[in-house]
Design a protein around this ligand. Structure first.
Ligand code: NIG
Ligand code: FE
Length: 423
């Protein structure tokens, strides 16, 4: 295939720089090139720089050229927290919440996650696959090129495997890259309500080893919160997972502060997500940890709450902050990373630059894929998205409108509102 030269980008956000996750002031460094160009060969980035320089590259002469003068071009979003596979919306519960019921009250009545579980267990793999495939096209249309996706709506071995196999098929068929996480520790299923410890045992002895031995997931997650799992249970589950080769991540401090953030730092979890209720001590620990602090403002927004995670305090203390959609039917039904950036800026006082770095490079770190994703540098995968804008700050500034115009995955257009990319 001919090389591809994306030239004359109005602003090219390279995110180039040191290889670790961005912390503190580094989170604002986008490595912007005005009138920038990216040269792509075989799905990888060959060269990046000012257009007049990249044009002189020996491969550029025979490259197919795309004039990107109307676009701000950046790495594709790496959405490091989604619950992609679910059978249907929970618009009924949405309405109940608007009338005053809380998320936890609905869950205690057997709604919430458990109502999705009932429907998922009955759904066919093909129905789940088709539904997720439709959402993936929407992710691509909003600039996302890689996403993490969790199981967690099956809660028995057969149904959890059904979800993870759907994810495996979606990842194989492409074009988006999907990273799978095993989340059977989402809540205790109805059949174990009176003996939660027996469910933890089942997870540890049977479910985790089976999922790991079949290579169905790379990470193991626990919803460590009030009404879900305790830090002691999470520790048992994640320790067993690590022995089997599944790296730990956690949902923590969303509904109440239970000590999950502290546990994540102690376990050197890959990421700890939500964090709305962390205290000063948690922030200090996260600032010193390798664990990525992933913030999910979409869930706070959709639940109509006003307590967002303390992004400013986390960033200023030195935590490695990422942003993700948390796409799921209960708390965050959005695929739009641009909307997440708008929320991060308006509600958590992140700067536009910080939000972009958190949604690209630090997202890639949260998935242990920063060696080939998250920035536009020679040798990395050619995953990029383009917004028809004059300035990158307009990505969060305009909200509720999709200004992403094209998205490339491994150098191929997976979304193209311009009709200018070759099929
Ligand atoms: O990340 N908090 C736990 N899990 C999801 C919600 C899942 C659901 O309600 O279906 C979350 O917010
Ligand atoms: Fe989640």
């Amino acid at each position: 295939m001919r090389p591809l030269l994306i030239a004359h980008c109005r602003q090219l956000l390279t995110l180039r720089g040191p290889c670790g996750p961005r912390r503190g002031r580094q989170l604002r460094e986008l490595g912007i090139i005005l009138d920038g160009a990216v040269l792509i060969r075989e799905g990888r980035i060959e060269a990046v720089g000012p257009t007049r320089r990249v044009e002189r590259h020996p491969l550029a002469r025979r490259a197919e050229k795309f004039d990107a003068r109307d676009y701000v071009v950046l790495p594709g979003f790496v959405d490091s927290h989604t619950h992609l596979v679910f059978p249907s919306s929970r618009a009924d519960e949405y309405e109940q919440r608007l009338a005053g019921a809380t998320y936890e009250q609905i869950a205690r009545r057997g709604g919430g996650i458990l109502s999705t579980v009932v429907k998922l267990r009955r759904a066919s793999p093909d129905a789940l696959l088709n539904q997720a495939r439709g959402w993936l096209a929407e992710f691509a249309a909003h600039g996302t090129t890689t996403l993490e996706a969790k199981s967690g709506y099956g809660l028995d071995l057969k149904s959890e495997i059904k979800i993870l196999e759907v994810l495996r098929r979606l990842n194989r068929e492409g074009p988006l890259e999907i990273v799978s996480t095993f989340l059977a520790a989402h809540v205790v299923p109805r059949e174990y309500r009176r003996r939660p410890q027996a469910y933890v045992d089942l997870l540890v002895r049977r479910m985790i080893p089976t999922v790991a031995s079949r290579g169905l997931a790379e990470f193991c997650d626990v919803f460590c919160d009030r009404g879900a799992f305790t830090p002691a249970q999470a520790r048992l589950i994640l320790t067993a997972a690590r022995v089997c080769g599944l790296e730990p991540r956690l949902h923590a401090e969303q509904l109440a502060r239970t000590g999950g953030a502290r546990l994540a730092a102690q376990l050197h979890a890959v990421s700890v997500d939500h964090l709305e209720r962390v205290n000063r001590d948690d922030i200090r620990r996260l600032a010193r940890a390798n664990t990525i602090s992933t913030l999910l403002p979409g869930a706070v927004f959709h639940l109509g709450k006003s307590t967002y995670a303390p992004a400013r305090a986390l960033i200023d203390a030195g935590a490695a902050v990422a942003l993700a959609s948390d796409f799921n039917p209960g708390t965050s039904p959005t695929v739009s990373m641009p909307m997440i950036l708008s929320l991060a800026c308006a509600q958590m006082r992140m700067t536009p630059a910080e939000a972009i770095a958190a949604a690209t490079l630090n997202g890639a770190h949260a998935l242990r894929r920063a060696d080939h994703l998250g920035s536009l540098e020679p040798g990395k995968q050619a995953d990029l998205c383009a917004f028809e804008l004059c300035d990158y700050r307009e990505i969060p500034y305009y909200f509720g409108v999709n200004l992403c115009r094209w998205t490339l995955k491994r150098g191929q257009a997976i979304y193209d509102a311009t009709g200018r990319f070759q099929p």
